[in-house]
Design a protein around this ligand. Structure first.
Ligand SMILES: NC(=O)c1ccc[n+]([C@@H]2O[C@H](COP(=O)([O-])OP(=O)(O)OC[C@H]3O[C@@H](n4cnc5c(N)ncnc54)[C@H](O)[C@@H]3O)[C@@H](O)[C@H]2O)c1
Length: 322
């Protein structure tokens, strides 16, 4: 049985569906702080509890005979992590430590970890490989990088087999009710502006990129989910102590201007004209994954393009904002 922490959230709810479709047994452990129980399908056990509660984790893992964990639960807002670093370190680092202790105590020895491109900080390269230096520039990114270190050490010491998946810019939804409920990323931020009858904002257009706006690697959440299934299957036969570190991206960049223009077209907001405002501190010019290693090691590559991501995110937005 796989335990999916954070399975009631945006990415976790997609991951548990992909695992089930792949024939894997799953249960969810989630404190519902940002997730919602109705994202967990019938027939999947849900234990409501925090990953900071070691006794609660151990009880759930023993009750459901958990052999492996997909640790997706975390706090994920960069700005909030700057304002409340101690909260982020507690949730993301102490939470992971507690989970690793529960794994060591119960003998669960496979772990797939939600890491992030935020570990790279402001990479100054065309394509970010897993060997690009990690220099996170905010507490959120730091907690993800420290999480990878913790896992590597525990893998060596306790024979855990692990994969850290560094997601790039996640977008889209497999179905409208599973769409991201937050408004923290470019695509939902543009939806919100358009709905309010306001011009979508572009933060800076003098970056050293072809159209002067930032370039990002958007990846469909269903592709993120299928990568988790591939990693989980791969870990089954992996040697004790294995630690895979893999980017999950498309290896293709889209500029912010290009993305905003696609959104305007797809949502039918013809006539909307983006407004360029000051660049935000800490926004790197270009962050695009090299997705070669995951293709080589897991035979995985992304299937969906930007339009599908925007269309599916828009359907989800309309459901929440009728
Ligand atoms: N969404 C993105 O663009 C993105 C990009 C890179 C990495 N990530 C990572 O992916 C993971 C999932 O992100 P998401 O977008 O689905 O966020 P989300 O907020 O929708 O999901 C997080 C889930 O974890 C649960 N949770 C939070 N703290 C918990 C705790 N202490 N104990 C138990 N459950 C807890 C929440 O209730 C929620 O269901 C996070 O680790 C995040 O850092 C997300």
């Amino acid at each position: 049985m796989w335990m999916v922490t954070g399975g009631a959230g945006y990415i976790g709810s997609h991951v548990l569906r992909a695992l089930r479709a792949g024939g894997e047994a799953v249960m969810v452990y989630d404190d519902l702080s940002t997730g919602s129980a109705d994202r967990v399908p019938d027939g999947v056990p849900l234990v409501v509890g925090s990953v900071l509660d070691g006794a609660g984790l151990e009880a759930a893992m023993r009750e459901h005979a958990v052999e492996g964990v997909l640790h997706i639960a975390a706090k994920k807002q960069v700005g909030e992590s700057v304002e409340q670093p101690l909260h982020y370190y507690r949730e993301n680092v102490a939470g992971l430590t507690t989970l690793l202790e529960a794994m060591a105590a119960t003998g669960a020895d496979r772990l797939v970890f939600s890491s992030s491109a935020a570990v790279y900080g402001m990479p100054d390269v065309d394509l970010v490989t897993e060997d690009t230096p990690c220099e996170p520039i905010n507490p959120y990114g730091e907690t993800k990088l420290i999480g990878e270190w913790l896992i590597r050490a525990a893998a060596r010491a306790h024979g855990i087999r692990a994969a850290a998946l560094r997601y790039f810019n996640v977008a889209g939804a497999a179905s409208p009710e599973l769409a991201d409920a937050g408004v923290f990323n470019l695509i939902p931020m543009v939806f919100e502006r358009l709905e309010a009858g306001k011009a979508p904002l572009i933060f800076g257009d003098t970056y050293p990129t072809p159209d002067g706006t930032c370039v990002r690697d958007f990846i469909h959440v269903s592709d993120i989910a299928s990568a988790h299934l591939a990693a989980a299957v791969r870990l089954r036969d992996a040697e004790a102590g294995t630690m895979l570190t893999l980017n999950i991206g498309r290896g293709e960049g889209s500029s912010v201007r290009e993305t905003v223009e696609r959104i305007i077209k797809i949502t039918g907001a013809a006539g909307a004209v983006p407004e360029v405002v000051d660049a935000r501190p800490g926004d790197p010019a270009r962050v695009v994954a090299s997705a070669d290693r995951i293709e080589r090691q897991l035979g995985w590559s992304a299937r969906y393009g930007l339009d599908v991501m925007i269309e599916s995110a828009w359907h989800g937005w309309r459901l929440r904002h009728p």
